[in-house]
Design a binder for this molecule. Sequence first.
Ligand code: PEP
Ligand code: MG
Length: 875
Amino acid sequence: APKVYVFGAGRNEGDASMCDLLGGKGANLAEMSRIGLSVPPGFTITTAVCAEYNRLGNRDLPLGVWEDALVGLREVEAMAGLKLGDAASPLLLSVRSGAAISMPGMLDTVLNLGLNDLVVEGLAAKCGAAFAYDSYRRFMDMYGCVVLGMSHESFERELDAVKREAGVEKDNELDAERLRALCARFKGVYREAGLSFPEDPLEQMRLAICAVFDSWNSARAIKYREVQKIKGLRGTAVNVQAMAYGNMGDTSATGVLFTRDASTGENRLYGEYLINAQGEDVVAGIRTPEPIETLRERIPEAYDELLRNTRILEEHYRDMQDIEFTVQEGKLYMLQCRSGKRTGVAAVKIATDMVREGLVTKREAVNMVGADHLDQLLHPQFTEEAKGSGEVVATGLPASPGAAVGVVAFSTEEAEDLQSRGQPAILVRVETSPEDVGGMAAAQGILTERGGMTSHAAVVARGWGKTCISGATGIKVNEQDGVLECGAGRVYRRGDWVSLDGSEGKVYDGKLAVQAAKMTPEMEEFMGWVDEMRKLRVLANADTPEDAEKARENGAEGIGLVRTEHMFFKTEERLRSVRRMIMAADEAERRKALDEILVFQREDFEGIFRAMRGLPVTIRLLDPPLHEFLPEGKELEDLVGAISLETSVPRQEVLQRVEKLQEVNPMLGFRGCRLAIAHPEIARTQARAVLEAACNAQREGCEVFPDIMVPLVGSRAELANQERVIRQECESVMREKGTRVDYKVGTMIEVPRAALMAGQIAEHAEFFSFGTNDLTQMTMGFSRDDSAAFLNTYLAEGIIAQDPFQTLDAGVKELMEMAVKRGRKQRPDLKVGLCGEHGGDPASVKFCDSLGLNYVSCSPFRVPIARLAAAQAAV
Ligand code: PEP
Ligand code: MG
């Protein structure tokens, strides 16, 4: 395969499809040249060469590359009508990096290459001495820094000294004489560093190419790829291109622009430029650039052509473009184009506008908006300025997106107290347990030292659309003393302010400015197309009538998981009944407590059925280990005292019953269907609550479709046992009520054995719902609550590519595929869905679509994202 691809003057050996090999910049330069835009001629050395260069590791170009580059150079010289190193008609080059994925500012670039003491004289004769020496000093500075590792400050010092002597402030106020003197001083900087400036332009070119390849493995580039999770790239390409000069006087300029407003999406040019400047001046912020519209008056012809080009490029790429350009003495040159980064609002506006303008089809438009864009639209965010000036004091997992600002609180009581005084709170805990839900509800945001993406805090926070950062392992939380220690000696106590960015997992010092979530008419139109295109249904996980309403507003087509136990914490009274059930000495006592539970559960379910009229509601029977509902310490003593008093059972005995409930490994302990098999009255009561609620709602004229779901099943016998109990109870309710309800009995698939034995289990299940939180935990053997510490290492070391609690792991997928196949073989009309946190993860949703699942279910706030992912999977 060729190592070098030439472009320019309508020629192109490469094109836009070759991004992997030529990098984004190289591929698009070739493409722009192909479609007739004016691009300075050049050639691209491939990313494959970079890989080979770095593999060899001897800082020498691989065999044959230099020869091919020289052939490329001859062609560029012919197209430009100039020659590298020829003082009579000098060609100057830019040597730029360009990987397949843009890594802004991370890789190296050298401009104005080809100058030496002789060539600069020739350039001066042709283009003026000021321009020539300005270019020369820029080159010596950049070359020294990038290729020879010299410090920019050593050049900057000389520049400042010359400006002082001349009595001027700005670089471009220096005259030719001063600039010539500056170049002489720069030579001195090289000598002082014990280096010699290479006068041979070919030597300059060879070393600059090597330097760009070297920059692929610079510390900052490696770090950037790590942070951005950029993997699987071969390296950077190198683009060697004839210079276009934006610094040739007042009809020259350089600038950058987006073809549409990247922040609002409005169809107008959005960009800026500098007259008489080179590209790095815009980035360096030495002078303030002017808004792009004013170029129309300054250099009208170039502006008109630029405007035409933006239309050509948008039509060609069918997307908003980010463009770099230079105007040299009135003539426009295109230096780069790529798909432009944009905000969530802009993404939706651009996609819908482009459909209206006939530029893209609805199908294409659906792929122009990303999950991160929708996420932005659905949650409040910090303003860009606020983030820019804010100080990050800790980082953790971005467990639930959005922006939260508040006063730190270390317990539910503190958070509730702050709330009642109208003060926003940030609940800070080592980790959260179901007992903290009150505080979580009262807080604006949640920060935990431990816990992963599916830890309790994360799941609950996402369900409520509340900002959460979990697993911030660098902080130390002392709940007793109310002290939060962040790195670098930062300490926060009750009353101190912090800001959480749950989208990025960053904790900021103090109060940051927030902007509200934005919902636009374009968004509704766009989501309409999304729904036309998807096959997979999207349901929501919701535990209350309010959450169900929210889910429905967000487009949920039913409830895929009601975690009944979440409602146990709603009031003190409810919790008391639950605790009595747990601590009951005998069945009679338990029954009494269960009768109280029946009443409030029925009420919850009625509310949910009403909110979801006409749509399926999947209600899961009690799942967590019972001791999760018991208090600790002093509160527990009080409870034991009260129960002992009421039931006249000695305190000691009551306490013993509680101690018996303690487990070493509760996640694999007495939970899920194991509870209801040991205490059938629990399942019976819950089934009754569901069916009574369903009958009541139906009587009001509300169409109901209850699905009763058994958790943590691993065998046919377990489900058979539960199915019998549930159906018996349901039948009695319907007899009592003198009516019938169309209900189903099914199971979670969350124990690996259940996936394996899915054929047998399907004999008793009318539906399956993959509980991929537990299925991942048990398949990987990674605790969902305690994995953050080592998962970070695993990710950094490349031992795993993604957090398996966020995106389905390959092994878990294998089990799912098997379960679907075996389950549907036994029961062809088996309804299959997924209700773990993966239901809101686009990559996992895509997999569910390919498996032919009927639905995914996720938190109400993720529903639009899952709808989009399902549509993108289908188009
Ligand atoms: C699961 O395990 O994926 C699930 C949905 O249940 P929970 O998160 O309540 O354990
Ligand atoms: Mg589970």
